[in-house]
Design a protein around this ligand. Structure first.
Ligand code: KG4
Ligand code: ZN
Length: 341
């Protein structure tokens, strides 16, 4: 197998349909068709709507990707698809399409764990990142601290015990009457508010590496209800700033703690919440002070995309890690858990 295999990957685990082609870790094309506008009027992702939209989007995206990358399907060294975790119906669309393509082309198939791919994105963006680093994965569905030692070595050190960080942003956004998804809206409003206006709780969980955002969410709800009961206008910017400050402080503190405990020289930020300007700035300052390297992948590699799936698949292929076409999808699957045929 060439050191830089040509891999086409499909991603459909949630609300973005995406197809990408890489040569090794180099992205030749990364097409993303977002369903966010479709789900907006429901205030969240509707699984059945997501699955149907993936079915409509996938084939045209594959055709477009092949045309844009200027490679024939027969030149591919492997086909990859996300197999876990995610919405079962949505996952199945990309997975079945990927397996079908691999079978028809008689090429190896590689199933990719979506969260591992989010963490791998840092390595694609910064190839000289040390082989072992700490990943802080913050997305709509997940909040985890992960030790990364290679394309087949991911160890979860801590994770949320209730809401994911992005989920908390989106739920608080809804409480504040902001459009879906609330994360980018809160990020936009926070700089014009006072981060100390409300003393929202930080869940330290006895100094461990797990997270909890449920109590914080409830505290915001109480503050909103108090204002509404008193007939006062909501201080939306102050609430956004205070909420964001509470989330960011916990994420940054625990990430630095994890890197220190594990003796890791670098931290990589991953997932959709990595777009948050408050988080980027605070993590940047903390890493600089602690003498740690910080990898902030570009946004198109942080939000859901197939390039990260293809990049991790290319590395797994190089290591000889391919999967049978019987590989089962999984709505939930811890990092490092065995794959089921
Ligand atoms: O990784 P992602 O695109 O999808 C998955 O969940 O896998 O993450 C989406 C999440 C949403 O909850 C969204 O509100 C949040 O990322 N998000 C942000 C920002 N941009 C996106 N949260 C805070 N600040 C942002 N700028
Ligand atoms: Zn994701």
């Amino acid at each position: 197998m060439s050191a830089a295999p040509l891999v086409l990957a499909l991603e459909s685990s949630c609300d973005e349909s995406s197809v990408a082609i890489v040569r090794g870790q180099e992205v030749l094309c990364n097409l993303v068709s977002s369903q966010v506008p479709l789900h907006r009027r429901f205030g969240g992702v509707v699984p059945e709507v997501a699955s149907r939209q993936h079915v409509l989007a996938m084939e045209p995206l594959i055709r477009q990707a092949v045309a844009e990358a200027g490679v024939g399907l027969e030149a591919l060294d492997a086909v990859a698809a996300t197999f876990a975790p995610g919405l079962m119906g949505a996952l199945l669309v990309g997975l079945v399409a990927g397996k079908g393509l691999a079978w028809a082309l008689d090429k190896p198939f590689i199933g990719v764990h979506h969260l591992e791919a989010h963490l791998w994105a840092a390595k694609m963006a910064e190839p000289d990142l040390p082989p072992s680093f700490l990943g802080l994965l913050v997305s709509g569905g997940h909040t985890s601290l992960v030790r990364v030692d290679g394309a087949d070595a991911f160890t979860t050190l801590g994770a949320t015990i209730d809401d994911a960080a992005g989920e908390a942003f989106d739920k608080v956004g809804r409480m504040l009457g902001l459009p879906y998804p609330g994360g980018p809206e809160i990020d936009r409003l926070a700089p014009s508010g006072q981060p100390k206006a409300f003393a929202f709780p930080r869940a330290w969980l006895d100094g461990g590496l797990d997270f909890s955002f449920a109590g914080l969410k409830t505290a915001v709800r109480r503050a909103v209800e108090k204002h509404e009961a008193a007939g006062l206008p909501l201080p939306v910017a102050d609430l956004a700033a205070s909420f964001q400050a509470a989330v960011v402080e916990v994420l940054v503190t625990k990430a630095l703690q994890a890197a220190r405990q594990e003796g890791l020289p670098a931290i990589a930020l991953a997932g959709g919440v990595a777009a948050n300007r408050g988080l980027r700035a605070a993590l940047g300052a903390a890493c600089a002070q602690a003498g740690l390297r910080l990898a902030l992948p570009p946004m198109d590699l942080c939000t859901d995309n197939a390039a990260m799936i293809a990049g991790l698949a290319a590395e797994r292929l190089r290591l000889g890690l391919t999967d049978p076409l019987s590989l089962a999808p999984a709505a939930r699957l811890p990092l490092g858990a065995p794959r089921r045929p």
